[in-house]
Design a protein around this ligand. Sequence first.
Ligand code: SAM
Length: 262
Amino acid sequence: MSTSKYGRLIGASLGPGDPDLITRRAWAALNGGARWAYPVKKAEETSYALEIVRRGGLEIPHDAEPLVFPMTRQAEPLARAWAHAAARTAAMLAEGRDVVFLVEGDASTYATFAHLARTVRELAPGVEIETIPGVSSFAAAAAHLGEPLAGEDDTLAVIPAAYGIEVIDHLIDEFDTLVLLKVKPLLDDVIALLERRGLLHEACLIEKVGSPHERVVRDVSTLRGEKIAYLSLILVRNPGRLRGELQRGCRKKVASKASQPT
Ligand SMILES: C[S@@+](CC[C@H](N)C(=O)[O-])C[C@H]1O[C@@H](n2cnc3c(N)ncnc32)[C@H](O)[C@@H]1O
């Protein structure tokens, strides 16, 4: 039992859009009497995470608290907004009630929650933090496409596309599956690269997977010049990847495990 004077901060992963992908543990946290906090890009704007819960049939508590995380790279306003969100969260926790922070996708994968939790811990040392894992956007996207993210011996990389075309070009040679997150600003350059590498037909873009606004584009060349949603990702397979030697011992272990389903 916790002796902290603060409530617990719970990061509840809600999956990428379909409320059926909310885990039982996250559902229990939402229904457990905790104060809700949810991220918005601007004050008065709707929250993608909150909409997942609403579609799941839960009533939004009257005291659910929006926390503003602006979509800007400008250091000063960003730092101010983050500091405000952390201070508000710490103040709510100081009332002694648990706070459940709603997270789109998985809370440990490129999510606001990790940074929020770290900052809150600085303001409220001793606060207990729980992260409830969930379904990531790319796990749901692969399942939706009926493609494995990685099969036996495959390599898999997940990166923000912002690393740039040169890095993506290099990673295509190293990984059987490449997941490009935050692809919106680089879309045309990525399409040009895929064309040059002969991989246009091995790529697929998914927008807002699992939500009512989901869009799947299997011919990504049709998206040239188009504006896509921020919540979009591209999965690329490279069937021609040259594989190195695999360690014999590891191969043996894999082979002997093959008869035991996992
Ligand atoms: C800040 S990251 C959040 C990742 C999220 N925590 C997860 O587990 O997938 C945002 C990026 O993830 C991807 N993403 C998140 N949710 C998505 C969705 N529902 N559909 C498609 N892509 C999504 C997009 O590439 C987006 O730019």
